[in-house]
Design a protein around this ligand. Structure first.
Ligand code: NAP
Ligand code: PAF
Length: 325
């Protein structure tokens, strides 16, 4: 039975963004995952298991892609199907932030304007860059604390059970609360956040504090609890709160200090995503993490020396690869 069926419908539905969704009562929702890597494969698998018609849009030129999670049986999903893209009700973007603009732009003209777009990646700023092209669509932003690791071309290890928060980026998106119910049915917990920007900014501040430092010092998250890092971490947070305030996002400085240190403790054994990217000489998401703050600070004439220094150090490491390798 399709996930949406648990919602009571009459002729139209209070959860529906448009009349298109009133047809879902007896239909499986068509979902495409753009960027079926670690996170994308996890969602693709869970949504497929819940009865949705799931396809992926990956980089390989094959018509199907086989996926599995942990020890679960493999499933084959359509890959790069233009037909599936045309019929897709929900497109979930699980690319790395720096991949979004290039991968999504050529696909937008293929989508129906009713197609809901959900961006599920670390960092901020991707949607701003595409704002004009996205305005016809209901757009959702999300953040997840699940852990996922690609172990082979087809298998993903679900390394940590987390939760997903989603919410609307534009007016049409804010009418799509039912997407949280659909996703929650497939992969709980997924919660609707009426002010998702606050959740995304909170995650951004956590990433600004933890990711560059662990990448520069090549250490696990837990090592940032040492006193030598506290002044830097506090400055990163304070500067980030100044940037948030200037764009109208109200964050609590003291609460964030506690949150960042809670995450450092809770993920003490983890290597952050930026640590892993830098260690493996892969492009990091720095432009959409510290770099997002840098662009806001430049635009509004705010000084954020600590975040700027961390941003420059990561950019310098990245640029050193091309000159030495
Ligand atoms: P990932 O494994 O690298 O997934 C990205 C996928 O997108 C890869 O399969 C990549 O293919 C594909 N891709 C790149 N360019 C593409 C294009 N032009 N067209 C189609 N597909 C393309 O990354 P991830 O770990 O899933 O992370 C995704 C986002 O979630 C990131 O922002 C990350 O910070 C965030 N996140 C991750 C976790 C986690 O535990 N992994 C947890 C929370 C949040 P190739 O491999 O061929 O490049
Ligand atoms: O990017 C990451 O690695 C994670 O978002 C976090 C929370 C910093 C934990 O490692």
């Amino acid at each position: 039975m399709p996930a949406i069926c648990h919602i009571a419908f009459e002729t139209s539905c209070q959860f529906c963004y448009s009349s298109r969704f009133s047809h879902y009562r007896y239909h499986i929702v068509n979902i495409t995952i753009l960027g079926p890597g670690a996170v994308g494969t996890l969602y693709a698998y869970k949504l497929h298991q819940a009865g949705h018609n799931v396809s992926v849009w990956g980089r390989t030129a094959t018509d199907t892609v086989t996926i599995s999670i942990d020890q679960s049986p493999e499933v084959a999903l359509a890959n790069r199907s233009r037909c599936a893209l045309k019929q897709c009700d929900l497109l979930i973007v699980t690319l790395k932030a720096w991949q979004v603009e290039q991968a999504l732009t050529p696909l937008l003209s293929e989508l129906d304007s009713d197609t809901i777009l959900l961006f599920l990646h670390n960092g901020l700023g991707t949607v701003d860059r595409l704002a004009r092209l996205l305005e016809a669509h209901p757009v959702l932003l999300g953040t997840t604390t699940h852990g996922a690791l690609k172990q082979s071309a087809i298998n993903v290890k679900h390394t940590g059970l987390g939760q997903t928060l989603i919410g609307g980026w534009n007016d049409k998106g804010r009418q799509c609360k039912f997407v949280a119910e659909v996703m929650n049915h497939a992969f709980a917990p997924v919660k609707w956040h009426p002010e998702v920007e606050v959740a995304l900014w909170t995650k951004l501040v956590i990433n600004c504090a933890i990711n560059p430092l662990t990448a520069i010092h090549q250490c696990q998250n837990g090592q940032l609890a040492a006193s030598q890092f506290s002044q830097t971490i506090y400055s990163v947070i304070d500067e980030a709160v100044d940037c948030a305030n200037v764009v109208g996002i109200s964050l609590n400085r003291e609460a964030l200090h506690t949150t960042v240190y809670d995450v450092i403790t809770a993920t003490a054994q983890n290597y952050s995503s930026m640590h892993q990217d830098i260690y493996n000489k892969r492009q990091s998401e720095i432009d959409f993490i510290s770099g997002y703050l840098v662009s806001i600070a430049e635009h509004h004439g705010i000084a954020i020396p600590t975040n700027l220094a961390l941003y420059n150090q990561i950019k310098q490491i990245e640029s050193s690869w091309s000159s030495h390798d």
